[in-house]
Design a protein around this ligand. Sequence first.
Ligand code: ZN
Length: 63
Amino acid sequence: MSDKPDDDAPEDDAEEQLGLECPKCGCCDFRAYYTRRQAKGIRRVKICRHCGRRITTTERIVG
Ligand SMILES: [Zn+2]
């Protein structure tokens, strides 16, 4: 397992607090993996910092 700190970009994840919880370890500390804008909304993939579990969320675009 690579546990090196590879956060080379400052993250700005304060915009989204949906109470997202890792189903595996229950922590709420994720880092953004990628974000893709789609017709239906914005798809985000996040990775749990704790266990590495990948979470996919979809946000609807409002307006
Ligand atoms: Zn986790």
